[in-house]
Design a protein around this ligand. Structure first.
Ligand SMILES: *[C@@H]1O[C@H](CO)[C@@H](O)[C@H](O)[C@H]1NC(C)=O
Length: 168
């Protein structure tokens, strides 16, 4: 009896510890929908009908290797070993977004060394990939497009409409 509750408490504790550890080890706090949209814009002007260019597919321009490294995410009820599973996910905005999220969760780091993990780092990771994400995006088309939609560090306003003033 006592042993059972001890084991129960221990596994609950382990479970909670795992949840906390998982959440705190993930660099996604600044991975907002606005950041995602900007990565998409940087990759392809977020062109949903672009298809594959030199092995980079869909609006986020994902390679098969990127997809594999991110954990082979596929559309609901699809199977990663099906021919076309990668392509169909990569060409679907929300499915492709999940691939990018997974990639960033796994490999996110402070690419530019400024001690914060934010969209700038995710953009560098997305473009430079996991082995070394530290190269500057300056002078690349990806970087040029990214700079036009790059989220600022200001606290986010409500999504739509102009910023509101509190006093008139
Ligand atoms: C998206 O890419 C396709 C294929 O290259 C092209 O035909 C189309 O014009 C592009 N769409 C936009 C909005 O740029």
């Amino acid at each position: 009896m006592l042993l059972q509750s001890a084991v129960g408490a221990l596994s609950l504790g382990l479970f909670l510890a795992t949840v906390v550890l998982h959440v705190s080890s993930v660099y996604v706090s600044n991975l907002t929908p606005i950041c995602m949209r900007c990565l998409c814009h940087a990759a392809s002007s977020c062109n949903l009908t672009l298809g594959c260019v030199d092995g980079y597919c869909g609006p986020f321009q994902l390679s098969r290797g990127y997809w594999r490294d991110a954990g082979l995410h596929v559309l609901p009820d699809d199977n990663p070993s099906r021919d076309g599973a990668f392509l169909d996910c990569a060409q679907d905005y929300s499915c492709a977004q999940r691939i990018v999220e997974e990639y960033i969760i796994r490999f996110g780091s402070d690419c530019n060394g400024d001690s914060v993990s934010d969209c700038d780092d995710f953009a560098m990771l997305h473009f430079n990939l996991k082995d070394d994400c530290t190269a500057s995006l300056d002078g690349t088309n990806f970087g040029r497009r990214y700079s036009t939609c790059r989220p600022t560090s200001d606290p986010p306003d409500s999504d739509d409409g102009p910023p509101r003033r509190i006093n008139g």
